[in-house]
Ligand binder design. Structure first.
Ligand SMILES: Nc1ncnc2c1ncn2[C@@H]1O[C@H](COP(=O)(O)OP(=O)(O)O)[C@@H](O)[C@H]1O
Ligand SMILES: [Mg+2]
Length: 258
């Protein structure tokens, strides 16, 4: 469904009192995401996970390489195709407040994508769909009128997920969506995402530095090290029989915690 081919991306970093330096975030990054996969992209902090996410979904351009969506290079899209792509692909961030406007009612933030994409003409039809999506995400109707600051972290992430799902996307990238939440809430959100994956056949790229989260949710695992995918395997194969030294080290570092 989505393929990243030989992606390279570097940044200039300027620090006060020192010279510019070039940081290579991705080099020779390759990843093939098939329909219905939940790819767990795992790697240490700074390994390039978020950069890969932004490039795959077209928020940033790579220096080299290409992203194919349904076989077509997204950098060649017409504005109409790009709009369509923006509807079919959605992002869930680590911090739910990055997708909820603090000055808008939560319900409106969920409704807004429908307005932008002119999906429903009648206001009451649109509202109904929002209520239904909020409820699907575990938020009762009355949450429509709340503001983000009146919600807990877990509830905010539920609202952010509702906003991401309201356009019925085919593909979602979730970048550490549970990393800022308490453990018990983490499990609820993971279950919710897993449920949506089954219910709506959503393909996902799920990013985490936490292998136990990846083990729970992913169908396939991609290990990112210094901007490169060093191992790619099914969940079962990866956790039973990791191939690279690096994966073995990652796994042994969590073994003690379980
Ligand atoms: N916008 C940016 N400007 C400069 N450097 C960046 C930028 N985004 C990422 N980087 C650098 O690229 C590397 C990979 O970052 P990132 O993709 O955020 O990793 P991860 O999500 O795995 O923690 C890091 O060294 C980071 O400092
Ligand atoms: Mg990141």
């Amino acid at each position: 469904m989505i393929e990243a081919i030989n992606i390279e991306k570097s940044y200039f970093q300027t620090k006060i009192f020192s010279k510019k330096r070039v940081v290579t975030a991705l080099k020779n990054f390759n990843l093939k995401i098939e329909r219905n996969d939940i790819i767990g992209l795992v790697g240490e902090s700074g390994s390039g996970k978020s950069t890969a996410a932004r490039i795959i979904i077209g928020l940033e351009k790579p220096d080299k390489g290409e992203i194919l969506f349904l076989g077509q290079n997204i950098s060649n899209y017409s504005s109409q195709q790009l709009k369509e792509f923006r509807r079919k692909t959605q992002f869930i961030f680590q911090n739910p407040y990055s997708s909820l406007n603090p000055r808008l009612k939560v319900g409106y933030s969920v409704e807004e994508p429908l307005i932008i994409h002119k999906i429903f003409k009648k206001k009451f039809e649109r509202r109904e769909q929002v209520f239904e999506m909020l409820e699907n995400c575990g938020l009762e109707r009355e949450y429509y009128d709340r503001y983000p600051h009146q919600l807990s972290g877990g509830q905010s992430q539920r609202a952010a997920i509702a906003r991401a799902l309201i356009l019925k996307p085919e593909f979602i990238i979730a970048d550490e969506p549970t990393s800022s939440l308490d453990i018990s809430v983490q499990a609820q959100i993971l279950n919710l995402l897993k449920q949506f994956h089954h219910k709506f056949n959503i393909t996902m790229l799920f990013i985490s530095h936490d292998l136990s989260v990846i083990r729970f949710i992913a169908t396939k695992v991609a290990v990112l090290k210094d901007g490169e995918v060093v191992e790619f395997a099914t969940n079962e194969d990866f956790f039973r029989n990791p191939k690279t030294q690096y994966s073995k080290a990652l796994l042994s570092s969590i073994a003690g915690k379980n």
